[in-house]
Design a protein around this ligand. Structure first.
Ligand SMILES: Cc1cc2nc3c(=O)[nH]c(=O)nc-3n(C[C@H](O)[C@H](O)[C@H](O)COP(=O)(O)OP(=O)(O)OC[C@H]3O[C@@H](n4cnc5c(N)ncnc54)[C@H](O)[C@@H]3O)c2cc1C
Ligand code: SF4
Ligand code: SF4
Length: 847
């Protein structure tokens, strides 16, 4: 009997090749050899862009030489295979080394397609696929000002984001009439375009590049077939991918008409001893450009090699992602091409939300969806689609804004066969089995099932299912912030403070795992800002912030920004008013007095923001933080200074409070008000902190709210003198900042706090926990380290690059258009726009 280990050679060590190695290494009796053309072992290509926001090649690595040594895998980097001898069953590398195999696994992936445009080989014309590519892009960006991405698909937009992050004025040039034409329908694509243009990336659709020649102001000039042109210093091609099937062609394995190594349901090629998996494989005339199908192919191949019968039967191509801070999701038949199908559409222009579901002709099953601007329903919709769960009677309720009647898909309703993690093909049944085998939290379920270790998109659903199953078994539920941190927000706050951690990189390295996500990054940014009060756009912090914070402005429905200078207590001098008026006139901004008693200037383009702020700051004003989770306003009446009923100087107190707390970053926004007497003209009882003057001092109200869920503030203390009032507020607010969950207003926080108001009174008034000195010291540190973020920004050349736009193009941005109403501008409605509203959808190959 032959006891020699069977020889497995894997060509390519990308994500899929590595996954195969991991699967195969579970079985004994095999000698695995990995040959990688790159100069390093597998790394996480899905999160490649994070290389530009501070991740290193080591952070992205999916394996290491030490790990391969430990599991007994031979590996060779810089080992490009150039020859396959099918008869002798050997492969040979460029260096002339030959390796024998019993089974050969081709995991050669794909390469970016570069259209045959004359000039494409010029310097600074690059692609976006490998760590080496990113190093090249970084080097080219240093010397340039403008960057263009050719291709407006999913990867193209990710590349555009990278160029923007590198400080280049960024353009996307797309041949088709819309962005992300594979995943989004026409209206979804149009909304995404307007959102992207709103943050300063200029989009040019229906443009075919005919040549690239020397530019006049920039390195290159791109000439388009319609006679227009664009100048740029860097060009990134992201016009689709092509499978690396050259070896298959040369050595006579079947390939598809449009490329790809043909495989059957066992992932076997036309040669019985050779398999192909991942982006190089063509299954059923289809190449999957996502990692999840590749992982399934890897698993099926390993199973087949050991004699199993698993089959690859296709994969779901649904996607949910965050592109430049915008939420986008696409499920199944997004274009509603199934005969007889019906669609439901919800469109909310003011909030920039578009949702569409496509249902089967009998209305019973969900077969497709498009979500732009809000993907909160993605997980439920995907479950309906993947598991054929019967839709409720009125399926539109699934995408309409929350109401009491909104149908919900409880995790109980999911069958055990429901796929929770598509990347690793983990079902609800697998999760239940892991819990039955002893897993008692999400972390343990993850390590035993591998769920959420691919793209991570299913993390929220995994947590829901795990918590639900644990709850059913009477196990206490974890309060972990997210899959990357096994700590609650409160615990992370203490860790940051106790260990003096100053950036996310150190926090995740010491106490978390992975690269972070949209839950933990902004939460960590807020904690770091509350504790250290650093400038939020420092390189260490900028990638953690959301769009409003990145541009220090509130993005409006048409993609422009609002400018809100601080006006403590609503007080403003005539000179400052004049400057505000002059700025508004010069930049043609809409002006309005807000509910928080200050003046909001609407309609500023991102590139205008620095100049506008410079004028305001030169006139003695500063940022009003209208964009941040921080103190917004302290509303006030004129109090005893002018009002004949006034008991105290409410104006002076409001200004003092606004100046004190203006730099405080918190779990959610905070609003104050001060009234000069019980007539309550400033409506203080509807604010997070409300103060009403009495004959003897001040009454303090806490945790009121006037927003979506109004709440009357609770009377916390009466007749306080000025200093005690401020001490109490310091302690109350700092305790809130330390202990509230992310995105929780003071009203909800207090209602959920064990012990409620009496407990807070014991802490703040009686120093029940003995931490009042610390709370006050911490607040004083925030006060002492205050800086106007806009002042810091306009003083930094580097930071200003973030706000540049379109220097060398006269193109009109079709989505930012104004009309005049009541003598001021307002955003044009669709029917009033001249440009770019209705466009025809055209299919794209994966770009
Ligand atoms: C920027 C970016 C973002 C992405 N985002 C997502 C996402 O959000 N979700 C998602 O599902 N997918 C995403 N993808 C796609 C995903 O990364 C791929 O589907 C996945 O990496 C494919 O893995 P693979 O192993 O098949 O191929 P690859 O990762 O391309 O690996 C193939 C390897 O084989 C090597 N090779 C080729 N020829 C030879 C040879 N002759 N000899 C030796 N070695 C060879 C190559 O150099 C390469 O290292 C993204 C891709 C990029 C570039
Ligand atoms: S209440 Fe606030 S959120 Fe609603 S429309 Fe007015 S400004 Fe917008
Ligand atoms: S709250 Fe009292 S003091 Fe203030 S304006 Fe109204 S009546 Fe006057």
């Amino acid at each position: 009997m032959n006891t020699q280990p069977r020889k497995i050679v894997v060509v390519g060590n990308g994500m899929v090749g590595h996954h195969f190695v991991d699967e195969m290494a579970k079985h004994e009796g095999y000698e695995i050899t990995v040959l990688s053309a790159e100069d390093r072992l597998a790394y996480d290509r899905v999160h490649l862009s994070e290389y530009f926001s501070g991740k290193t090649a080591e952070d992205l690595a999916m394996t290491s030489p030490a790990y391969y040594n430990e599991i007994g895998v031979r590996f060779f980097t810089n080992a490009k295979v150039i020859n396959i001898d099918k008869a002798a069953k050997t492969v040979t590398t460029e260096a002339g080394e030959t390796y024998a195999y019993d089974k050969l696994v081709m995991a050669t992936g794909s390469y970016p397609f570069v259209p045959p445009i004359p000039g494409k080989e010029r310097e600074h014309c690059l692609v976006y696929r490998t760590i080496q590519d990113l190093d090249d892009i970084q080097a080219s960006a240093k010397a340039g000002k403008v960057g263009v991405v050719v291709g407006g698909g999913l990867l193209g937009l990710e590349a555009a984001n990278a160029l923007k992050e590198l400080g280049l004025q960024t353009h996307v040039v797309e041949f088709a009439p819309q962005l992300m034409g594979v995943q989004l329908d026409q209206d979804g694509g149009a909304l995404l375009r307007s959102m992207i243009e709103g943050i300063g990336v200029q989009v040019h659709t229906q443009k075919a590049t005919s040549e690239i020649v020397d530019g006049e102001e920039c390195v290159h000039r791109m000439n388009f077939a319609d006679g227009t042109h664009l100048e740029t210093d860097v060009i990134l091609f992201s016009a689709g991918i092509r499978p690396y099937d050259n070896l298959a062609r040369e050595f006579d394995l079947a390939v598809g008409e449009r490329g790809g190594i043909v495989v059957d349901n066992n992932c076997k090629t036309s040669d019985d001893s050779i398999y192909a998996i991942g982006e190089c494989a063509l299954w059923n005339n289809f190449i999957f450009g996502l990692v999840a199908p590749g992982y399934t192919m890897a698993k099926v191949t390993a199973d087949n090699i050991i004699g199993g019968v698993q089959q690859f039967t296709g994969a779901d191509m649904s996607t949910k992602l965050k592109l430049m801070g915008m939420d986008v999701g696409s499920i199944g038949d997004a274009h509603a091409r199934t005969e007889g199908c019906k669609s439901y559409v919800y469109s909310n222009q003011p909030d920039q939300i578009y949702k569409k579901i496509v249902v089967s002709p009998d209305g019973k099953e969900l077969i497709g969806a498009v979500l732009v601007g809000d993907t909160s329903e993605y997980d439920s919709l995907l479950q309906y689609a993947l598991n054929g769960i019967e839709l409720p009677e009125n399926p539109d309720g699934l995408i309409l804004p929350s109401s009491g009647e909104k149908p919900t898909l409880g995790v109980d309703a999911l069958p055990d066969t429901a796929t929770i993690c598509s990347c690793l093909n983990v079902t609800k049944g697998d999760i239940i089995a892991a819990i039955d085998c002893g897993a008692v939290d999400v972390g343990q379920v993850k390590s035993s099932t591998q769920a959420a270790t691919g793209c991570g998109g299913c993390a929220a659903l995994l947590k829901k299912v795990t918590d639900h199953e644990l709850e059913k078994r009477g196990v206490e539920i974890s309060t972990d912030l997210c899959e990357h941190f096994a700590y609650s927000r409160v615990e992370l706050f203490h860790i940051v403070q106790a260990e003096q951690i100053k950036n996310f990189g150190v926090l995740v390295e010491k106490h978390g795992s992975g690269l972070g996500c949209e839950i933990c990054k902004p939460a960590a940014a807020s904690i770091l800002a509350s504790v250290w009060n650093d400038y939020i756009l420092k390189p260490d912090h900028v990638s953690l912030q959301d769009t409003n914070d990145i541009f220090l402005g509130n993005m409006q429905k048409d993609g422009t920004y609002s400018v809100v200078p601080r006006m403590p207590g609503g007080e403003v001098t005539p000179d400052k008013l004049i400057v505000i008026g002059e700025v508004a006139k010069e930049y043609n901004l809409y002006t309005k007095v807000t509910g928080g008693q200050r003046i909001d200037l609407f309609g500023a383009r991102v590139d205008q923001l620095p100049a506008i702020w410079k004028r305001l700051i030169d006139a003695g004003m500063e940022t009003g933080h209208a964009y941040g989770k921080s103190l917004r306003t302290v509303k006030s009446c004129v109090g005893s200074t002018w009002c004949r009923y006034g008991q105290q100087d409410s104006m002076a107190m409001a200004i003092r409070l606004e100046d004190r707390y203006k730099g405080l970053r918190s779990p959610h926004k905070i609003k104050f008000a001060v009234s000069g007497c019980t007539r309550e003209c400033a409506e203080a009882q509807s604010k997070d902190i409300g103060i009403i003057a009495t004959e003897n001092g001040w009454n303090l109200y806490v945790s009121g709210n006037g927003g979506m869920k109004p709440r009357h503030g609770d009377l916390f203390a009466t007749d306080l003198d000025d200093e005690t009032l401020i001490k109490y507020i310091d302690r109350y607010l700092m305790f809130y900042v330390r202990t509230a969950d992310r995105l929780t207003r003071t009203s909800v926080w207090l209602e959920n706090l064990e012990g409620g108001l009496p407990y807070m009174e014991k802490i703040v008034k009686d120093d029940h926990l003995g931490i009042n000195d610390e709370l006050e010291r911490q607040m004083q540190n925030v006060v002492d380290t205050y800086q106007c973020e806009w002042k810091t920004t306009i003083e930094s050349e580097e930071q200003l690059k973030r706000f540049r736009q379109f220097v060398n193009s006269d193109a009109i941005d079709g989505n930012i258009e104004f009309v005049t109403e009541r003598e001021q501008i307002r955003p044009a409605k669709d029917e009033e726009k001249k440009y770019g509203v209705k466009i025809q959808a055209v299919d794209l190959t994966l770009a």
